[in-house]
Design a protein around this ligand. Structure first.
Ligand code: HSE
Length: 310
C-alpha cells in the first residue's frame, strides 16, 4: 500500500532570545524545511534527503528527527501504517536556527495529517519535543513550539507542559547571519553552568518579563533593551568566534538587539522595519566573518506562521 503524498513547510525558529533559555521561541517567515510523506504498510523509510547540510542528516529512521517525531504521532493515534519520507532541508543542521526543531515539528505535523488530524497543537509539540530530546541531548520545546504554533511562544512549564502564543509586533524585523561554523546543540548544552546565582536569576526574570511586555504591546524599544542574557550566551561565547564583534556591528548599524540564536552559531538581530537597515545589518555582520575568511549566509526575515500544508 502507498498513499498520496502530503507536503508540509516547517519554518526556521529562533530560541532563547536573550533571557528566555528553553522557554522563548519565535517562528521566522523564512527559511523553511519542506517535508513530504505518504502512507506505506509499516515502518519508516527515508528515501530522499536534500538541501544544505543534508549530507549530515541520517537516513536511518531511528536517529532522524522527522521520523522519530512522526513515529510518536502514529503511536499516539494508534495508526496501523508506516510512512515514506522525503526531506528537503532549507535550514542546515548545527545552525542555531531550529533545524532539528523544524524537522521534528514538520514530521509531527505531517504524520498528524496522515492520521486524520487527531492530535491538537500541544500534542504535536510534545511529539516533536521528544525527537529534540533524543537528538540534541536535552528536552527543550522552545524551537518546536513556535514551529508548530507560529509567532512568539512562551513555555511556562514543562511538567505539566504549558505554552502560550503571542502575536509579535508587525514591524519586528529579523536578520539572521549564519557563519560557516558548526555548533551541535548537544555540545552547546554541555558547556552550560549547572547552577546560577540569585543575581543572574533576578536579571533574567526582569528582562524576560519586559521582553514579553514589549511583544504584547508592540514596544520595540523595550524588546530591544530586554534581549539580555547573563548566563547562557556568556558560557557559549567560546564556541562562536567573533560573536561579540558581530553583535556590536549589528548594534552600531541600526539593530535594536543582537544575540546568539538558540545554541548558535547564528547571530540574530532585531530591527524596526518602519525604520529599515535590515540590509545594512546583514551586510555588515557578514563582513565581520568574510574579513576573517569565514563564509556567512544571511537572511532578512520577519516573524512568521507555523507548520503548514503546501
Ligand atoms: N534552548 C535550546 C538551547 C535551543 O539553547 O540549548 C537549542 O536550539
Amino acid at each position: 500500500m502507498s498513499g498520496d503524498w502530503v507536503r508540509v513547510a516547517a519554518p526556521a525558529t529562533t530560541s532563547n532570545i536573550g533571557p528566555g533559555f528553553d522557554t522563548f521561541g519565535l517562528a521566522m517567515s523564512e527559511p523553511c524545511d519542506i517535508i513530504e510523506g505518504r502512507k506505506i504498510d509499516s515502518g519508516f523509510e527515508i528515501t530522499e534527503v536534500s538541501g544544505p547540510g543534508s549530507e549530515n542528516i541520517p537516513t536511518d529512521p531511528k536517529i532522524n528527527s522527522v521520523s522519530i517525531a512522526a513515529e510518536r504521532v502514529l503511536k499516539r493515534c494508534d495508526a496501523e501504517f508506516g510512512i515514506e519520507l522525503k526531506i528537503k532541508k532549507g535550514i542546515r543542521p548545527c545552525s542555531g536556527m531550529g533545524s532539528s526543531g523544524a524537522s521534528a515539528a514538520g514530521g509531527a505535523f505531517l504524520a498528524n495529517i496522515l492520521c486524520g488530524e487527531k492530535l491538537g497543537p500541544v500534542d504535536m509539540i510534545l511529539c516533536a519535543a521528544h525527537a529534540e530530546d533524543v537528538i540534541s541531548g536535552g528536552l527543550h520545546a522552545d524551537n518546536v513550539s513556535p514551529c508548530i504554533l507560529g509567532g512568539f511562544t512562551l513555555i511556562r512549564s514543562y511538567e505539566p507542559f504549558d505554552v502560550i502564543r503571542i502575536e509579535p509586533p508587525a514591524n519586528l524585523g529579523m536578520v539572521v547571519a549564519l557563519p560557516d561554523i558548526m555548533v551541535a546543540t548537544s555540545d552547546a548544552r554541555k558547556v552550560l553552568p549547572r547552577e546560577v546565582s540569585v543575581r543572574d536569576l533576578v536579571f533574567h526574570v526582569g528582562n524576560a518579563s519586559t521582553l514579553v511586555y514589549g511583544m504584547m504591546t508592540g514596544d520595540l524599544s523595550t524588546i530591544g533593551r530586554s534581549v539580555k542574557d547573563a548566563i547562557f550566551e556568556p558560557a557559549r561565547e567560546k564556541l562562536v568566534p567573533f560573536l561579540k564583534e558581530a553583535e556590536k556591528t549589528a548594534m552600531s548599524n541600526g539593530a535594536l538587539a543582537s544575540f546568539l540564536g538558540g545554541s548558535g552559531p547564528c547571530i540574530m538581530s532585531f530591527y524596526d522595519t518602519d525604520v529599515g537597515f535590515g540590509d545594512v545589518i546583514a551586510e555588515k555582520v557578514k563582513e565581520v566573518y568574510t574579513q576573517n575568511n569565514i563564509g556567512c549566509d544571511t537572511w532578512i526575515t520577519k516573524p512568521g506562521v507555523g507548520c503548514r500544508r503546501i
